[in-house]
Write a protein that binds this ligand. Structure first.
Ligand code: SAM
Length: 449
């Protein structure tokens, strides 16, 4: 792994850089594997090979890399495979925000969803997360990961950062995990080394400033902005932190970081070097906004259609209904926490929402057909029948193949594995209809099959 000499030279002044150790760690092929558990769904499926990541309650290093594709619990949303340094977001949030209070959070550059799913696990049930991704194809992946994680208090949007300036003083927390030159991930993606150039670093740095300027008005007074990159370059990190403080009324938030974690404090931010800790290159900094005015929420005309009493009779067979509103878009029904219905009408008028709450299903005349998202959520009614699959059946189900199982159940049931929901199936007298979504199915075949 030959690192560009201009790249190495540009890091000479970076806090914590040590060329020999840095090159050495890039020459070795030691790949760090780590997962973050979904506290709403899971126990640790890999206890024998796990050690905790010190800066998060939910993350674990794995001493071997299991086949995640062929682990049904991965598809059930029990854990997310994520690089350890990024999980430091948890410390930043816990040390700068009162997470017990209801807050509105925006994850501006959210795909594929690592930070958003982490936020979902950290925010209270009365809080609202807007997970945004500007690039359409990536927004679809974000949506799938949000659905898999299962919470109902999330809205997925596909907007340009500029669009958020309309939501002035709206968010308590904004996370900008900015698109960057990506040098922090060279160990995982050797091809990225060829694409590195000083010009690209400058381009990324200017784009990051534009993104920060676009979203700043959407932060409330005393709100917290968290800025992160997976680049080692000073121009994208410390220089942008300085730029933010020079251009906006922002003060840095200093964190309490135990020295044994080997995270390097650097000009109001924190650097993660792979030669100093078990994780990839990462930079994160947090700021508090010192100005802004309290904007009383605009009273919006409710343009939301709720399910009728009659329709609720069929819906209630499938889903817990307490404290939820059931919102209709044609025949599609979304379950939405009652407390956020007004928020949703505000957001619907300002943003391009591609997903919100939990997609419960479709009303077809008097019948309710449940959606996959309902199976993944935490809202399924306790009365819905489940059929437990063993591993081979679960894999066949996730591959969307035909399979058989011994059960007396009939009709629509949840396919489950180790008590975690995988999706829906309809058991007919002579076959099982597999409703696992085609676009999510496992395409690979297991060796030996
Ligand atoms: N936060 C994500 C996670 O933890 O899984 C990773 C985000 S990635 C570092 C940066 C994201 O910014 C990408 O998904 C990329 O598509 C998006 N992006 C690209 N150009 C952008 C722009 N001009 N404004 C906002 N986001 C942009």
């Amino acid at each position: 792994m030959q690192l560009p000499s201009a790249f190495l030279a540009s890091l000479k002044e970076a806090n914590g850089f040590h060329q020999e150790a840095f090159e050495h760690v890039h020459a070795s092929v030691e790949a760090v594997t780590s997962i973050r558990l979904n506290p709403a769904k899971s126990f640790n499926p890999f206890p024998e090979i796990s050690t905790p990541i010190p800066w998060t309650m939910q993350g674990f290093y794995l001493s071997q890399r299991p086949s995640f594709t062929f682990d049904p619990l991965f598809h059930a949303g029990c854990y997310y495979v994520q690089e350890p340094s990024s999980m430091f977001l948890e410390q930043v949030l816990k040390q700068s925000v009162d997470l017990s209070k209801p807050i509105r959070a925006l994850d501006l550059c959210a795909a594929p969803g690592g930070k958003s799913t982490h936020l979902q696990s950290l925010l209270s049930a009365e809080s609202l997360l807007v997970a945004n991704e500007v690039i359409k194809s990536r927004a679809g992946i974000l949506k799938d990961n949000i659905i898999k994680w299962g919470s109902a208090n999330v809205v997925v949007t596909q907007n340009d950062p500029q669009d958020f300036s309309k939501l002035e003083n709206y968010f308590d927390v904004i996370v900008v995990d900015a698109p960057c030159s990506g040098s922090g991930l060279f160990r995982r993606d050797a091809d990225a080394i060829q694409e590195w150039s000083e010009n690209n670093v400058t381009h990324c740095s200017l784009r990051q400033q534009r993104i920060l300027a676009d979203v700043w008005p959407a932060l409330k007074e005393n709100g917290v902005l968290i800025y992160a990159t997976c680049s080692f370059s000073i121009a994208e990190n410390e220089a942008n932190v300085k730029w933010l403080k020079n251009n906006f009324n922002a003060t840095s938030i200093e964190l309490n970081v135990p020295t044994q974690w080997n995270i390097i404090a650097s000009d109001s931010g924190y650097r993660f070097w792979p030669h100093l800790l078990k994780g990839e290159g990462f930079f994160i900094a947090a700021f508090r906004k010192q100005d802004g005015r309290e904007v009383s929420p605009k009273k919006m005309k409710r343009n939301i259609e709720k399910a009728s009493k009659h329709e609720m009779n069929s819906i209630a067979n499938w889903i817990q209904t307490e404290q939820l509103s059931f919102i209709k878009n044609n025949q599609t029904v979304y379950a939405w926490p009652e407390i956020f219905v007004d928020e949703l009408s505000i957001l619907l008028q300002q943003l391009k929402i591609i997903y919100s709450g939990v997609l419960a299903g479709e009303l077809l005349r008097d019948k309710f057909i449940p959606d996959h998202a309902l199976a993944m959520s935490l809202l399924v009614s306790k009365n819905v029948k489940k059929v437990s699959l063993h591993k081979e059946q679960a894999i066949a189900y996730l591959q969307r193949k035909n399979f058989s199982c011994n059960t007396n159940e009939k009709g629509w049931v949840l396919a489950s594995y180790q008590e975690k929901h995988l999706g829906w199936m309809n058991i007919l007298p002579n076959r099982i209809n597999n409703y696992y979504p085609k676009e999510l199915r496992i395409l690979k075949e297991r060796e030996g099959n």
